[in-house]
Design a protein around this ligand. Structure first.
Ligand code: 5RP
Length: 262
């Protein structure tokens, strides 16, 4: 368990840049990931872990790629369905072990109609993963009509921990310190919908300042104008303690240099 956790959260500084490209499990061919390998492989030198589904891992990522994998093991509904938040277990732990993963991720839906189903399925995953020494990341998904505030995020995150999560993935909100303070396991933030680069960098910076150990970010990286420059800038915030404006300047320099070479 500790060895796998140290492959996800880097022992040198206790931080992590997780690249999330699991969106296809409910969004299909998401913008930027239509040909997942072309997008993702150039980003991997700047990512500490890669979060994706087993289908994407099998079909797009060469077996000799040296990046710790966090495997999405929940799903079962799509963006076309009103029951979007009703996820169940989609991968056996046997297959997760066979795929040599560093961790697994499961979405829980606290406060949504199917809360009980997702929480009980989550504990099944925890039981099996625990017996195999595999860390479980609880993704505290938020429904369309649910409040995104510190009180709710703290509630969902703490429930995840009490049920056995080793890492909690949640969304950055004002007063994020409150979420981190009452969550005794490492917290990472999702990036959420694509926004402008400086806003995404500032969110990552604020989350780290509030005590998050890193990001598990997708669209704000792979839908950026220059995804490689963006993940480098995020990396500079998470591991290099850079401020958002410094990272943004770095992003612009790197972007300009790369485009002038073309
Ligand atoms: C959904 C997920 C994601 O697929 C992941 O969080 C998305 O990352 P981003 O919001 O940064 O695009 O876990 O619950």
């Amino acid at each position: 368990m500790k060895n796998r956790l140290s492959r996800i959260i880097k022992p040198k500084d206790g931080r992590t840049v997780m690249l999330a490209v699991d969106h296809g499990y409910f969004m299909g061919p998401t913008t930027g990931l239509e040909q997942l390998d072309k997008m993702v492989l150039p980003l991997l030198p700047h990512a500490d872990t890669l979060m994706l589904t087993r289908g994407a891992l099998r079909n797009y990522i060469p077996a000799d790629t040296d990046v710790p994998i966090v495997l999405r093991v929940s799903g079962g509904t799509s963006i076309l369905n009103d029951e979007l938040l009703h996820e169940g277990i989609t991968v056996s732990m046997e297959d997760a072990v066979r795929l040599n993963v560093a961790g697994v991720a499961f979405s829980i839906m606290v406060g949504a109609k199917y809360e009980r189903d997702t929480l009980l399925a989550f504990t099944e995953v925890v039981d099996e993963a625990q017996s195999l020494g595999i860390p479980v990341i609880a993704v505290t998904a938020v429904g369309k009509d649910m409040a995104r505030d510190a009180k709710y995020m703290a509630l969902a995150s703490r429930i995840a921990v009490e049920l056995g999560a080793n890492i909690v993935k949640t969304y950055y909100v004002d007063g994020f310190e409150k979420v981190v303070e009452s969550c005794p396991v490492p917290v990472v933030i999702a990036g959420g919908k694509k926004t402008d680069e400086i806003t995404a960098l500032t969110t990552a910076y604020n989350a780290i300042q509030a005590g998050a150990v890193g990001v598990d970010m997708g669209r704000n990286i792979f839908q950026a104008h220059d995804p490689v420059a963006m993940i480098q800038a995020i990396n500079a915030i998470v591991h290099g303690n850079q401020k958002p404006d410094e990272a943004y300047q770095m992003l612009n320099r790197s972007q300009n240099a790369r485009y002038s070479r073309r």
